[in-house]
Design a protein around this ligand. Structure first.
Ligand code: GLU
Length: 381
């Protein structure tokens, strides 16, 4: 018998579909994949050049510790200035992608049998990560008809004496919702009142539209010590393949997380960390990518809504169109048909826990030409 928490885990729909698209392409089949959430842009030049320079300078040895100090210094400065999170480099751990940061946080906060509240629709990996750590995900289904707003009734009835963590992800993957002040304050009050912790995944923070702003829950001083904020460079700086993210948490939680980190990671490649410092000089490039996503969003969502039987709200952040197929029953079936007949890959809403309506997630981090083709084909469906 292998590890009972891990051996039974479901696969990751987004990753499996990315693999499927790769395989189909290798087989010479035509496929349009809007499955994976990844920028289609290349990493900005100065980041790449810095990595090459670091490699040439022999930065190829272990970089032990929580992450190189100069990078953690820049991250802490950004968190103080932009997110209003009071922290120092000591509170920061540089992780191999945001995903590992989420794992490290959940593993460090939860004991076997503890419960974590996850709002659905939610990214496909939160529940498996909780289960892998011996925890129990308690899914609170937010309502499509409420535009997935978090209300008291979506939290309070789900709290038991075993509840340890609430997982929060805004801008949200897959719905594109941004946390409102009202929702943020509700989460703050509940966290304080019931002595809970929050794991706040803010990886899409920079990809936000219409002048909206992300609210970091760790900016509330009364719960700051109970929040692990996870962020990274994958989405904002088009660095998915580099695998670099970070966590910021209280000194106490960081100490626990580092115990796991040092025995599983040792430290991140120094040339990657050096290159990541350049992200803090790439405001212009990051803003340019964001503007292009906004343009694509406007086009894609507007065109989708012209198709009979389809409803798509304008996402406030991230780069996903969350599309409801009104005359269908099952999102997996919709996805199968889209792939078989039209070679289009999206991710079915059931994978994100949307059970009420058949929804499909399409990434619009794709070229306009591709989006135009998809619109044409979906119109035919
Ligand atoms: N986070 C991205 C997505 O939702 C990348 C794949 C993954 O790790 O799930 O598509």
């Amino acid at each position: 018998m292998y590890n009972k928490f891990i051996s039974g885990l479901e696969g990751s729909s987004s990753v499996e579909l990315m693999l499927k698209a790769e395989k189909m392409r290798k087989e010479g089949k035509e496929v349009i994949s809007l499955a994976g959430g990844e920028p289609d842009f290349d990493t900005p030049d100065r980041i790449i050049n810095k990595a090459i320079q670091s490699l040439n300078q022999g930065e190829t040895h272990y970089a032990v510790g929580q992450g190189i100090f100069s990078l953690r210094e820049r991250i802490a400065e950004k968190l103080r200035n932009e997110n209003n999170i009071m922290c120092t480099p000591e509170n920061v751990i540089v992780t191999p992608g945001g995903k590992y940061g989420i794992y490290m946080a959940i593993a460090s906060l939860m004991n076997v049998g503890d419960e974590a509240i996850v709002f659905a629709p939610s990214w496909v990996s939160y529940c498996p990560i909780i289960r892998a750590c011996g925890g129990k995900p308690i899914i609170s289904h937010l309502q499509y008809d409420d535009n997935y707003k978090i209300k008291e009734e979506n939290i309070i009835p789900y709290i038991t004496e075993k509840t340890k963590v609430i997982v929060v992800n805004y801008p949200n993957n897959p719905t594109g919702r941004v946390l409102s002040k009202e929702e943020a304050e509700l989460l703050r009050d509940v966290t304080e009142k019931y002595n809970l912790h929050i794991v706040s995944d803010e990886i899409y923070e920079k990809i936000i539209y219409d002048g909206k702003k992300n609210i970091s829950l760790a900016s509330y001083s009364n719960i700051a010590d109970r929040v692990v904020t996870v962020n990274g460079f994958s989405k904002c700086a088009a660095m998915t393949g580099w695998r670099i993210g970070y966590t910021v948490a209280s000194a106490e939680i960081t100490k626990v997380m580092y115990k796991l980190y040092v025995h599983t990671i040792t430290g991140l490649s120094p040339f990657i960390q050096n290159a990541a410092i350049e992200v803090f000089h790439c405001d212009e490039e990051i803003e340019k990518m964001r503007t292009i996503y906004e343009y694509r969003r406007n086009y894609f969502v507007e065109e989708l809504n012209k198709v009979e039987g389809i409803e798509c709200r304008k996402p406030e952040g991230a780069f996903y169109a969350w599309v409801r197929f009104k005359s269908e029953k099952n999102s997996k079936k919709v996805c199968e048909r889209l792939l078989d007949k039209y070679g289009i890959i999206g991710v079915d809403g059931l994978s994100y826990g949307e059970q009420q309506y058949p929804c499909v997630r399409f990434s619009f981090a794709s070229d306009m030409e591709i989006l135009r083709t998809v619109i044409k084909k979906i119109g035919e469906v």
